[in-house]
Design a binder for this molecule. Structure first.
Ligand SMILES: Nc1ncnc2c1ncn2[C@@H]1O[C@H](COP(=O)(O)OP(=O)(O)OP(=O)(O)O)[C@@H](O)[C@H]1O
Ligand SMILES: [Mg+2]
Length: 389
């Protein structure tokens, strides 16, 4: 296995146990599960249940007591631990950027250790900056000159620098405020859709686990695996009282986190551009699903809602009565879309794609219909998610 030839590998935990020297009880006990290549597996559970320990045994920053971990079928015990640490991307909660090195130097840390030449490191850093959506000039800044969320993105870029077969992420968004956390989560999922890395992701937040995980491993104290399942299964059929408690009483609402806004049938609103004749827009509004017209620019990006007063004249004005706020990201989960609607007090809001172009309109009614139908299709979904039953 070399860092550059493998872009994603499966990871298998095989009866992995960790007993720290002098400790009365084990930190992780007989942990077994397999993460298919290219999937995100979230380890979730209460504080002290062994999540970080489990993660760190993958790159041997913690040595296991017994059992084995296989990456792409090969034991991590074979070969040199220092090399393993370089090859596996690792993102930690405290971000851990080097304060006296520029962003580009931070991203190039491992490539430099691997002896890449300067041009190659610079090219890779530039490529990764673009990937995480930071302008090239950020490369010359120092970590303290970036926001927490931007630093976190750089942490992800640094972990991706040598195209690792496996990424370990330990509460990567833990220190970020809820709004930016949700944005970083979406951004990471968008990145992952392209990169298809095998990711082991630790959190103690079950909502984050449900949102981010293709599979979720719920751990209880002593590193026991309580359940290993898809998010849907976890919500529909918690394996025991511990998991049920941990997942929470609002399981139905949590199902909103399994659905992306782009995947529901959105409503359509009448559209108009500045300078259009107002009369046909007035007619369209009278018959529309959404009883207001949206002003859009030539690229179909929403600018605002047109009020009756806006449409009084001959022509559609260039500036509407109310700006389009909130705008909902089509990649966000339904739960976050609903939260935006409720916070703004609006019954509907335009949904936009990654480039800001209109994808449809989300309404509170769409969400409540989804919840109602979700109950009805529960048994169907569960059957579909459980191929082995
Ligand atoms: N270096 C160590 N020496 C001895 N015991 C340790 C060491 N590191 C962790 N432990 C113990 O092992 C157990 C698991 O710790 P770990 O850090 O893996 O938990 P965690 O699930 O990541 O918790 P948190 O959510 O608080 O980060 C805890 O009881 C902890 O006290
Ligand atoms: Mg931890």
């Amino acid at each position: 296995m070399t860092a550059e030839s493998v872009s994603a590998s499966p990871v298998r935990f095989d009866s992995v146990t960790k007993r720290y020297p002098g400790a009365d009880s084990v930190a992780v006990e007989e942990l077994s599960f397999e993460v298919p290549a290219g999937e995100i597996c979230v380890l979730v559970g209460p504080s002290g249940c062994g999540k970080t320990t489990a993660l760190r045994m993958v790159n041997r920053t913690v040595e296991m007591t017994s059992g084995d971990i296989l990456i792409g079928g090969r034991s991590v015990k074979e070969g040199d631990p220092a090399r393993l640490r370089r090859e596996i991307g690792y993102v930690i909660q405290q971000i851990g950027l080097f304060p006296h090195r520029t962003i580009s130097q931070n991203i190039g840390t491992v490539p430099a250790l691997l002896g890449w030449d300067k041009e190659r490191i610079a090219a890779r850093a530039a490529e990764l900056l673009e990937l995480i959506g930071l302008d090239p000039e950020y490369g010359d800044r120092y970590p303290a000159q970036l926001s927490g969320g931007q630093q976190q993105r750089v942490g992800v870029a640094r972990a991706l620098a040598v195209d690792p077969p496996v990424m370990l992420m330990d509460e990567p968004f833990g220190a970020i405020d809820p709004i930016n956390r949700s944005r970083l989560q979406n951004e990471f999922l968008r990145l992952q859709a392209e990169l298809k890395k095998t990711v082991l992701f630790v959190t103690h937040d079950v909502d984050e686990a449900i949102k981010m995980g293709d599979r979720v491993a719920v751990l209880k104290k002593g590193g026991h695996l309580a359940q290993y399942a898809t998010p849907t299964e976890l919500l529909m059929e918690p394996a025991d009282d511990f998991v049920e408690d941990f997942v929470g009483a609002d399981r139905a609402l949590k199902r909103l986190a399994l659905m992306r806004v782009r995947d529901v049938d959105l409503w359509t609103a009448p559209l108009a551009q500045a300078g259009d004749p107002a009369e046909p827009v007035r007619t369209a509004v009278a018959a529309a699903e959404v009883p207001h017209a949206l002003l859009v620019d030539a690229e179909n990006r929403p600018l605002g809602w047109l009020s009756a007063r806006d449409l009084d004249g001959e022509q559609v004005p260039a500036t509407p009565d109310s700006v389009a706020d909130p705008l909902i990201d089509a990649d966000s989960v339904l739960r976050d879309g609903l939260a935006s609607l409720l916070q703004s007090g609006s019954l509907y809001a335009p949904v936009v794609d990654a480039r800001g172009r209109l994808a449809g309109v989300l309404s509170v009614e769409i969400v409540s219909d989804f919840l109602a139908s979700d109950e009805a299709s529960e048994s169907e979904l569960t059957a579909a998610e459980r191929p082995h039953d």
